[in-house]
Write a protein that binds this ligand. Sequence first.
Ligand SMILES: [Mn+2]
Length: 299
Amino acid sequence: MSLPVKRIVTHTDFDGICCAVMLHAIHGELDVEFREPYDSKAGRFLAEPTDAVTDLPFPAEGCALYYDHHPQAVKVPDSSKYHLDVKQPSCAGYIYRLNKDDHDLSMFKPLIKEVDRIDSGKFSKDNIENPGPVDQISIALLRNPEDFEFMRKIIKMLQSLSIEETASHPEVQRKFREEQNENKRFMEHAEESSRMEGKVLVVDLCRKDELPSGNPFELYLKFPKAEFVLKIRDDPKAEGMVRMGLYKNVWTPKNKVHLGLLAQKHGGGGHKGAAGCGIKLEEKEQVLAEIIKAMNDAV
Ligand SMILES: [Mn+2]
């Protein structure tokens, strides 16, 4: 039985890209469109009945096929076409595990191992200081979240080339180096733009558009006492809105707070260790205080 899937709608991050690689291997060549989870709340998320939607909130209109692993505010309807498992380390890994007995996906085993690690935030200090091939691809994808042509190129390459061959492509290497340089520039400004509030490192980049947003893992290295990082910046897509990024330091002792659920209280969502929400500028201080308190109360 072939499902009437005509298009893939996926997340712009590395997991979303790998979801598209999996769906191509299962359903053949398809068009790919990209969205951010945030688009759902801002009403910029629309799906066709023939879309396969992956690693994103469930579209209000429904879709042909759905896979996700985020804790959801919206309940996903009961259907054999809709798959949600919040215990999965990555959405691409989830698609792989559900389909590997019916399709030959064996060549993707090394890729899936890496996307499971990256999407569940399992980074060693060495992964950050000396990024390997998959980390390089994942960092290159952060360079420009609107460069959909580059994302489609990566999806194509990962279907037939090895991880190493894909990572060594000149465009991947250029974007990787540029992003690393921007991270370095961000880190040079991290101290003046940030403050510690208890266990939380608050990095406020509002009205500092010229600064890159930076990698939270580099912040954990530089501020080892910070159990959480809270990054705030203006929403480049919506006037009068700010975006908050909530992160848990993976190298400090574990606590039970679920950042995805904490962000959900403020209209956002995400994973246990990394999440985000978009809020109105006039609500910024109040939401900030609530999130910082929840983080400092965490045990
Ligand atoms: Mn994911």
